[in-house]
Every structure is written in C-alpha cells, then in structure tokens.
Design a protein around this ligand. Sequence first.
Ligand SMILES: *Cc1c(COP(=O)(O)O)cnc(C)c1O
Length: 249
Amino acid sequence: MSEDFPTAESAAADRRTAELRERLSAVRQRISAATAAAGRSEEPQLIVVSKFHPAADVARLAALGVTDVGENRDQEAAAKSAELAGLPVRWHFIGQLQSNKAKSVVKYAFSVQSIDRPQLAEALAKAVARQQSESGRPDLDCYIQVSLEDDGGAHRGGAAPSDVERLAESIATAAGLRLAGVMAVAPLGAPPEEAFEKLANISRDLRGLHPDAVGVSAGMSQDLEAAVQFGATHLRIGSDILGSRPRVG
Ligand SMILES: *Cc1c(COP(=O)(O)O)cnc(C)c1O
C-alpha cells in the first residue's frame, strides 16, 4: 500500500481530528469569552473529559494541544492511560471511587477530584506512599468533592459542606497528598449560578484554613460560563468537545 493514499481508516481518523479541532476551538472561545466577561485575567484550566471515548481520541486531543484529561471509572482510565503511556497529558480522576481502587488510581492519576470521605483519603495516602517508594511519583493533587444539593444529598456525589473542614484536615496532614481545592457538580434542575456561588464561598472558607488550596473544579459543557463567572480554576468538559456518550444502563 502506498504511503500517499490514506486508508479508509486513516481518512476517518483525520475527519475525527478535524471535528475535534473544531469543537475544541469552539469551547476554547466560550472559555475566553466567559473569562473576559468575568473580568478575570487568567483562563481556567481545561480538563477534557474523555470517558466512554477511545484512547485514540485522547491522542488526537493531545496533538491538538490538550494537556489535561478526566476520567470517571478506574478500569477505563487505567486501560487508556496504559495504552497512551508517554503521551504528555495529566489524568484527573473525577468519578466516585471505592477505596479498594486507590492502588490502581495512583498509578496514573495526577489528581483525584472526587474525595468525599476520610477513608478514601487514607486509602489514597497509603497507595501514594507505596507508589512513591516504587516509582517516585509526585504527590497526588486532591480535591474535596462537595455536594451542592439542598438536602446535602448524594444524588451527584460529594461530601456535605459541613464535612469539608474535617476532610481537608485529613488530606492536608497526610504525607503524599496535596490539598488542591474543591470540586462540585451543579445540581440538576436549579440555576448553576446559585450552586457555583455556594461553592465559591466554601472555597473561600477552605482557603482561610489552607491558603494553598486554591483550586475550584466546576463547570461542565452546559454550565461552564456560570462556573467561570464564580471563579472556577478548572473546567471539566466532555460532550461539547467529544460528542455525546453512549448511554449505559
Ligand atoms: C462526565 C462528567 C463531566 C463532563 O460532563 P459534560 O456534560 O459531558 O461536559 C464533568 N464532571 C464530571 C464529574 C463528570 O462525570
């Protein structure tokens, strides 16, 4: 086969790259516009959420300048990060996490953004310590996921706001963990502005006790503008860049 003629496969891959380039550029423009509208000088960090999409898409995104990707299931993230070992991207774990998966997650994760209980922090600390002695990985960036539901409920995960201080203490005092900040998902069916304002206040209180914990991971495809308005430092954008995900049962 000649090098000059694309195979059906590589032609399709090129189409996908072109599509991703366009969608990524549209999202980057929205982020720039929102940053300017908020009177902020620095844009938040974009994390492209690649869950349910193939490793090849992450490779395409990296070629388009994406440096940070997010995944919400360990099995999928472990496989993709192994397949793409050596690709210069940071992997952020953003899904509910069982403590027994900590050992696996610290092999590839730059951050875990979904810490919602002290036992998980303890499991991560233990796993990081082991991984650091084996391979010298850096400290793990840790975000406390906060529930912004009115009832403090667990529909979309996260610790109750009243538990943040105690959880922060358990992360901040653990070797190998770096308390990076807070993360949240806006509740369904309510204005995201309200939720992100609440998160901004929780972040302010946290910074009063832990001045370095400046991270605010908020904002998804539907509500990134509101998140930028209320001080998000990290945005987690999936479907507006990669397209819709298959529904899982
Ligand atoms: C899937 C997911 C996202 C991305 O959501 P989109 O609406 O596809 O942009 C962000 N954060 C978390 C925690 C997610 O699970």
